[in-house]
Design a protein around this ligand. Structure first.
Ligand code: PAF
Length: 313
């Protein structure tokens, strides 16, 4: 039953065991929600697991640091792997029935290099895809594999990785995968910084400056809501502001929220979203802000819910 407390999730390591496990739920016609993660869980993931619990009878979380979505110079080797702490968090939260923790061979039986890949269209090479070539093909490939193994009815993803969300939705629609994609709001620290596993790469000084990314997005969003339609100038001003504070921005862009297309100037503000990615020291931070009334309401609700929330160290 959606919402029931589950004290200790069952941990499964092989695709065969995972398939067997969900088969019983399927036979008894229970709905299944999947929350894919790369571990190093924090409040953002836990909020997605709570959402999953409200959406389905059974919840499966996956913990897999997916090699195919990291570039050669990225942090795959050093990505924080904190399985014991993650399992404790999930047990305490009581929202997840099973945790699938496969190794590389379970997900990529022929090896990651020889794997069949999902190749996503142009959007995957824009925004974050421009500075992370192949990243979204890797994300789509692993999500496709996880969907094949867990066969959920509902896939839960965070709004924080907005481009990922739109790309996965596109894959699901284009490949005709029978899963409903549901998204949960970004969890923030009290100063506005979006909670992320990569915040741990920030020094104390960088952590103090990091909320400026969110503040820059707020300013762009507010200007658009006040009728400023010169997106180019707003983007440039925000990027300059970030640069002045020591960030190295990859992009600040206003896009259409529905599909991340470039706006043609005819969209009303509530169909737009502002997205940014910037490096600060060793961390690459991403964030976004939807301009719709619902997003604004979500933001306020999230701010209220997050009061007192803190990122994992
Ligand atoms: O958002 C993430 O943590 C990852 O990109 C995902 C969706 C788990 C795929 O590896």
């Amino acid at each position: 039953m959606p919402g029931a407390f589950v004290p200790k999730p069952v941990v499964l390591h092989t695709a065969d065991r995972m398939r067997e496990f969900v088969r019983d739920w399927r036979v008894s016609q229970q709905g299944i929600a999947l929350v894919p993660t790369m571990g190093n869980l924090h409040e953002g993931h836990l909020s997605l697991a709570r959402l999953a619990r409200a959406e389905a009878d059974r919840v499966v979380a996956t913990i897999f640091v997916n090699p195919t979505q990291f570039g050669a110079s990225e942090d795959f080797a050093s990505y924080p792997r904190t399985l014991d702490a993650d399992l404790e968090l999930l047990a305490a939260a009581g929202t997840v029935d099973a945790v699938f923790v496969p190794d590389d061979r379970e997900i990529y039986p022929y090896g990651a290099r020889e794997a069949v890949r999902v190749s996503m269209p142009a959007l995957s090479r824009e925004l974050c895809g421009a500075s992370r070539p192949g990243h979204f093909d890797g994300v789509a490939s692993v999500v496709c594999r996880l969907l094949n193994i867990v066969t959920p009815d509902v896939l839960v993803l965070g709004l924080k990785d907005y481009q990922q969300l739109i790309i996965v939705k596109r894959m699901v629609a284009d490949l005709g995968i029978g899963v409903r994609v549901v998204s949960g709001p970004t969890m923030r620290d009290t100063d506005g910084l979006a909670i992320s596993s990569r915040n741990r790469y920030l020094t104390d000084d960088e952590r103090d400056r990091a909320p400026l990314l969110h503040a820059a997005l707020e300013r762009v969003a507010a200007a658009i809501c006040d009728g400023d339609g010169n997106f180019g100038a707003l983007q440039q001003a925000a990027a300059d502001e970030l640069r002045a504070a020591g960030f190295v921005p990859d992009y600040v862009e206003v896009r259409c929220a529905a599909d991340l297309a470039k706006p043609n100037g005819r969209q009303p503000p509530d169909e737009l979203i502002v997205l940014a990615a910037a490096r600060l020291g060793n961390a690459r931070l991403i964030d976004n802000l939807g301009l719709s009334a619902t997003d604004a309401a979500n933001r306020h609700a999230t701010d209220a819910a997050n009061r007192g929330a803190t990122a994992k160290p």
